[in-house]
Design a protein around this ligand. Structure first.
Ligand SMILES: CCCCCCCCCC(=O)SCCNC(=O)CCNC(=O)[C@H](O)C(C)(C)COP(=O)(O)OP(=O)(O)OC[C@H]1O[C@@H](n2cnc3c(N)ncnc32)[C@H](O)[C@@H]1OP(=O)(O)O
Length: 66
């Protein structure tokens, strides 16, 4: 489950562009997974977006609680 999501928009992405999205697991602490993500031009020369996210593992009962 997404607990936190931060997105920095560094340069616009023209409509119709093909982009490269890279996502990596930065670190894991128990139920918490810290993720890094970037969106660049396909040759990697232009950074469009950087993001960090924290995902927390949950049980099905957490979802059912609402
Ligand atoms: C370009 C890419 C675009 C991608 C778009 C993606 C869109 C995604 C849209 C969604 O994901 S929709 C889902 C949105 N998320 C929710 O609705 C989650 C609502 N929140 C919850 O359900 C709970 O708060 C959550 C499951 C996240 C945590 O509750 P828990 O009761 O399971 O955990 P708890 O509160 O005990 O926290 C567990 C650990 O996480 C930590 N934690 C929880 N929320 C945190 C937070 N926000 N920031 C930092 N740490 C956080 C907390 O401090 C703790 O750390 P420690 O274990 O070290 O003590």
């Amino acid at each position: 489950m997404t607990a936190n999501l931060n997105i920095n928009y560094r340069s616009p992405i023209p409509l119709g562009s093909t982009v490269l999205i890279e996502s990596t697991l930065d670190k894991e602490e128990g139920k918490k997974k810290f993720i890094l993500c970037s969106v660049t031009s396909t040759d990697g020369s232009r950074l469009h977006t950087e993001a960090t996210a924290l995902f927390v593992s949950i049980s099905v009962s957490h979802l059912l609680r609402g």
